[in-house]
Design a protein around this ligand. Structure first.
Ligand code: 4AD
Ligand code: MG
Length: 474
């Protein structure tokens, strides 16, 4: 359908051609002499209107009431000029084939359904305009991500999903154990299959990996090993966090893009993050026009011009200390009080980007070391680290990154200070023993990017099958 209707002429260039379309029925309207069937195949937002008279081959299926909203069909016909005002062309059918019938219980009917309802129908929601558009824009953002890094000489590295280390040191990991019974006896509960010590604790030495293993919270530590070999690399894969956060910006399973740049400092890192954001936003504005018009009209009014601004203007940069200053002077009562040293909450982050900087993306740098992860490079002031977060309106933190501590002694003493198990980071410390270099990187939450670009409110609606506390259906 996008091949027919995707051009600037709305399909007029194909007048008189005989074509076949295959897709899913959106609506059926019976009129006295003809039947109109709107078909969508997901290639674009537009449907194609098929006009069927009763002498069309296969029309008996329509008459039998099997071709209803949700059914899958193919229609062969001639492209003709449409009498209606909603489209330039339509398909005057010669033949209809029914692949799979539908019936009135199909849950996604024309009447408006809420997003919440659609979350309970995640297997059918991609058949709606909104979710089809989100899927296409998400795809375009993924493509543009690879394009940006490939054009700039980065190597894509596949970081592991199962890992023994906790990159963020925040203890928000999901544990991985095998459920393979240790004996042939059938077990009542799958948990009985996990090897246990005499005291009833999990016996990790007998488990699959011989020690505790987790789903990764970030591919960064592994990416650093490749950056300190191949110079510029990036990861793009699923990450997992057992945060009990029921918000519109948190998922238990989300995709992260993590570039890592060798021979680079925090300024290089921030420049890369800004160039990346501008590149992918521009790509979507240029390549997803129909879907972006839809979001602009129905989801977030004015989003196209706000995104066009992002491409045009530099991303704002300021220090954490300056940000705290702005928040202290703000004419607003925050739920969480602000002082130097506090972790910025999403209300603070949103104030900075939405109010203080008029809705433009902002990078805050040089955060207090006590609120940041062990691997961040300590600044000379002894109080802050070379960290940066990029904040955007509605969402708050889109990107978190830093220059990494490349000095062995400082990194070791930081691990000790935080009482993290130094032994398990032996390979990470080796990178500082052999050919250590200044390096930096960042992590961008891909779903937050999709939210930002589409204007969708809830992160559950920009990933096909959201995983959140208490919910892992589908
Ligand atoms: O700020 P975070 O925790 O940084 C890291 O994991 C670093 N190791 C990244 C790096 O330097 N390579 O997470 C990075 C980003 C956040 O800015 C946010 O966009 C996203 O990941 N994120 C989440 N997205 C959805 N649901 C969650 N629960 C998220 N937690 C973080
Ligand atoms: Mg962060």
């Amino acid at each position: 359908i996008s091949e027919i209707k995707g051009g600037d002429d709305g399909g007029l260039g194909r007048l008189g051609q005989t074509l076949e379309v295959m897709g899913w029925v959106r609506t059926v309207r019976f009129q006295s002499s003809v039947t109109f069937i709107e078909v969508n195949d997901g290639s674009c937002l537009s449907n194609i209107q098929c006009v069927l008279s009763s002498d069309v081959e296969g029309y008996d299926q329509v008459e039998a009431g099997l071709v209803l909203t949700g059914a899958s069909i193919s229609v062969q016909g001639i492209v003709v000029e449409s009498q209606g005002s909603k489209q330039k062309v339509e398909l005057k059918a010669d033949k209809i084939v029914l692949f799979g019938k539908s019936d009135p219980s199909f849950p996604i009917q024309k009447k408006r359904v809420t997003r919440e309802f659609l979350r309970s129908k995640a297997h059918l929601r991609p058949r709606t305009n909104t979710f089809g558009a989100v899927a296409r824009v998400r795809n375009a953002l993924a493509f543009a991500t690879h394009k940006f890094f490939q054009e700039n000489g980065f190597v894509w590295v596949s970081s592991p999903i199962i890992t023994a280390s906790d990159c963020e040191g925040a203890g928000e990991q999901f544990c991985v154990t095998t459920l393979i019974p240790s004996s042939k006896e059938t077990t009542e509960s799958p948990l009985d299959a996990i090897p246990k010590t005499k005291e009833g604790l999990i016996d990790w030495s007998q488990d699959f990996f011989g020690k505790p293993a987790f789903l990764t919270v970030s591919g960064q530590l592994n990416a650093e090993t490749y950056a300190t070999s191949l110079t510029d690399v990036y990861t793009f894969g699923p990450t997992f966090r057992a945060e009990n956060s029921n918000t519109s910006r948190h998922l238990a399973e989300f995709w992260m893009i993590e570039p890592e740049l060798a021979f680079s400092d925090l300024d290089d890192d921030m420049a890369c993050a800004s160039a990346y954001l501008q590149y992918v936003v521009k790509h979507v504005l240029e390549n997803c026009k129909e879907d972006m018009d839809f979001f602009n009209q129905w989801i977030e009014k004015g989003i196209i011009s706000r995104l066009a601004d992002v491409v045009e203007k530099d991303v704002v940069q300021l220090t954490y200390t300056d940000a705290v200053e702005i928040l202290l002077k703000a004419n607003k009562k925050f739920e969480f009080p602000v002082n130097w040293g506090c972790d910025l909450q999403s209300e603070h982050e949103r104030y900075i980007t939405e109010v203080a900087f008029g809705g433009h993306p902002v990078i805050i740098r040089d955060y207090p070391k006590d609120i940041k992860a062990f691997y961040m490079r300590q600044n000379d002031d002894g109080k802050t680290v070379a960290a940066m977060d990029m904040l955007v309106p509605r969402i708050g933190e889109l990107i978190g990154g830093s220059q990494r501590e490349e000095r062995l002694e400082l990194l070791e003493s930081r691990l000790d200070e935080l009482k993290l198990p130094k032994e398990s980071y032996w390979w990470y410390l080796d990178l500082r023993r052999y050919g250590s270099v200044p390096h930096a990187g960042f992590g961008l939450g891909f779903e937050r990017l999709v939210q930002y670009v589409t204007g969708m409110d809830n992160i559950r609606d920009v990933i096909p099958f959201p995983r959140t506390p208490g919910s892992a259906e589908f």
